[in-house]
Design a protein around this ligand. Structure first.
Ligand SMILES: Cc1cc2nc3c(=O)[nH]c(=O)nc-3n(C[C@H](O)[C@H](O)[C@H](O)COP(=O)(O)OP(=O)(O)OC[C@H]3O[C@@H](n4cnc5c(N)ncnc54)[C@H](O)[C@@H]3O)c2cc1C
Ligand code: HEM
Length: 498
């Protein structure tokens, strides 16, 4: 996804998030006379978006059950002009209660459908990342209801995430039922029949955009030799890349010699594993860290030790080491079996047919190298393409793939490699293991960024703060956002300030 689209989406989503926390709990607003957005009394108030809404019918509760059975996909008509207006004007109310609604929704949905615990990330739910991402998506949808084009790149990213986890059309019924019920539960009588109907229709219109796109992605994957759902793979080889990163080479468990589906460099695959400590499965995505080769998939996983990071929202939530990464490091040995999905992902490198030798700048931090390594490896057959591979690690112990890339540089004079260590140990040799001490600052490597070439493409992968900073630095250097591509190893997008 290009950066502009992410920001456009987030301009809307941030409004949502910044409004959060300012509101009172829904129970405190039960008399319906105080504007949940401005906090003012609503009689005659011009600032309240619900002031002009039809008066609530106290007996009404929008019951999604009556509007369609849970896993059936209803035949909803396109939204009327009036419904668009309702959705737009009630969006701030939803924004006020977005995370309360989505948190309530997940709790009830999981209670009714415990099998979905296998699908959603327990940590992401607990830390509120997923409810926030969902709330932001619904809000952005409402704000762009008259023209969805600014959010289509985000829809594309979510659709890829969904297909990688094998989300199916029927599950939209379950999500729709519980999401609309949660809106009704939290907003109470403010949800008039008209508002309820508008949101019901709105949900299904959006759901259908996802369902159709996801169906296309599944079909494309199957046509190119992939599969729908999970397929068992065997660990053919595991290689320690650093103290914290280990690579797993995966081949089909059935011994099939049919070539594996090809994928674009930068894409990821999902794995699904039973987590004994939880008593159910979890799924996580991992970027493919080698180019497509038909023979094996390689993923390189960082062990997430877990640092206690109390936040304002979850000061008391106990920290735990990452479920999946620790299990993979501890248990996934050569010969072990693991469920794997077909590769997906909207972040990838596609060489321009017009300018195959346009410079390529790959900027990564930590395990963010994986997605960019795949891109690097895919372009090594282009001796005239200038490639700058610039990465930052904490120190030599956690720095992965260093020897491999130095070997690449020896064989490919068009590849330039620069390494930053933020805290090198006394034993690390500058000029050998690393080039710069400290965090990555692009001014230090400005000469390798091909800033004078308007065809140069920039790919970024790393933690959020790193990407926000690199994005800003590139923009300061005059790089057009359309040429900057970002991948975040988490739910959601970069903050709109980037
Ligand atoms: C598109 C994509 C590509 C990715 N590619 C890679 C890749 O190539 N390599 C890679 O290693 N990872 C990659 N990831 C990340 C990966 O999917 C997992 O998120 C990662 O391995 C952590 O999963 P986990 O189950 O180990 O940790 P989780 O259990 O999901 O925990 C995540 C983190 O939260 C911490 N945590 C737990 N409880 C708390 C708490 N109470 N407060 C604060 N923090 C807490 C955990 O300790 C851990 O550090 C990618 C992610 C995406 C979305
Ligand atoms: C219109 C309906 C839906 C919307 C708006 C929506 C929105 C989102 C968003 C914004 C994300 C985060 C994407 C990211 O990582 O960047 C996400 C992820 C996800 N969605 Fe959906 N979604 C919808 C329907 C569904 C359905 C029907 C399911 C299946 C039950 C589902 C399951 C998931 C899962 C499992 C994730 C990954 C996050 C995690 O691991 O917890 N979603 N969705």
């Amino acid at each position: 996804m290009d950066v502009k689209s992410t920001i456009a989406f987030l301009a809307a989503a941030t409004t949502w998030t910044t409004t959060l926390g300012r509101g009172k709990p829904a129970e405190e607003q039960s008399n319906g006379s105080t504007c949940p957005v401005t906090g003012q009394r609503s009689e005659g108030s011009s600032g309240c978006p619900i002031a002009n809404m039809p008066l609530p019918d106290p007996g009404h509760r929008c019951d999604p059950k009556t509007a369609g059975e849970e896993t059936k996909i209803p035949d909803v008509p396109p939204l009327t002009e009036k419904q668009r207006e309702i959705i737009k004007s009630t969006a701030p109310i939803l924004a006020e209660h977005g995370v309360t609604i989505t948190t309530h929704f997940y709790k009830n949905m999981i209670r009714a459908h415990p099998e979905l615990r296998d699908v959603f990330s327990e940590t992401s739910q607990r830390l509120g990342h997923q409810p926030r991402a969902l709330a932001a998506a619904v809000y952005a949808y409402a704000c762009n209801i008259n023209d969805l084009s600014p959010i289509l790149p985000v829809v594309e990213r979510i659709a890829h995430k969904h297909t990688s986890l094998h989300i199916v059309a029927e599950q939209y019924g379950i999500v729709g039922k519980h999401l609309i019920q949660a809106i009704v539960d939290i907003l109470g009588d403010a949800v008039t029949p008209e508002i309820g109907d508008a949101w019901y229709n709105g949900y299904w219109n959006l759901a259908k955009v996802f369902i159709n796109r996801e169906r296309e992605l599944y079909d494309q994957a199957v046509q190119s030799g992939g599969w729908e759902g999970w397929r068992q793979f065997k660990v053919d080889k595991r290689v320690k890349e650093s103290d914290v990163v280990t690579s797993f080479y995966l081949k089909p468990a059935d011994g099939s010699k049919a070539p594996l589906p090809s994928y674009h460099p930068g894409q990821y695959l999902a794995v699904s594993v039973q987590i004994p400590a939880l008593g159910y499965k979890q799924a996580r995505q991992y970027s493919l860290s080698d180019k497509s080769n038909g023979e094996y998939f390689r993923i390189s996983v960082k062990r997430e030790d877990g640092v206690p990071v109390p936040t304002k929202d979850s000061p008391q939530v106990p920290d735990h080491p990452g479920w999946m990464s620790n299990l993979l490091h501890n248990e996934l040995q050569e010969g072990s079996l693991i469920d794997v999905a077909t590769p997906y992902g909207d972040f990838f490198f596609e060489p321009s047919a017009q300018e195959p030798d346009a410079p390529l700048v790959l900027l990564s931090a930590g395990v963010g190298q994986t997605a960019l390594l795949s891109i690097l490896n895919s372009q090594l057959d282009k001796p005239n393409k200038p490639i700058s591979y610039i990465t930052v690690a904490r120190n030599e112990k956690v720095h992965a793939f260093g020897d491999y890339i130095r070997h690449v540089v020896d064989e490919h004079p068009n590849v330039l490699y620069k390494v930053f260590y933020s805290s090198p140990s006394a034993a690390a040799v500058q000029g050998k293991q690393y080039d710069y001490q400290g965090r990555m600052h692009l001014t230090q490597v400005r000469d390798y960024l091909h800033l004078g070439n308007n065809s140069a493409q920039y790919y970024l992968c790393g933690p959020e703060e790193f990407m926000v900073n690199k994005l800003q630095e590139l923009k300061t250097f005059g790089v057009n956002e359309e040429r900057i591509h970002i991948e975040l190893f988490a739910a959601g997008s970069l903050p709109a300030t980037a």
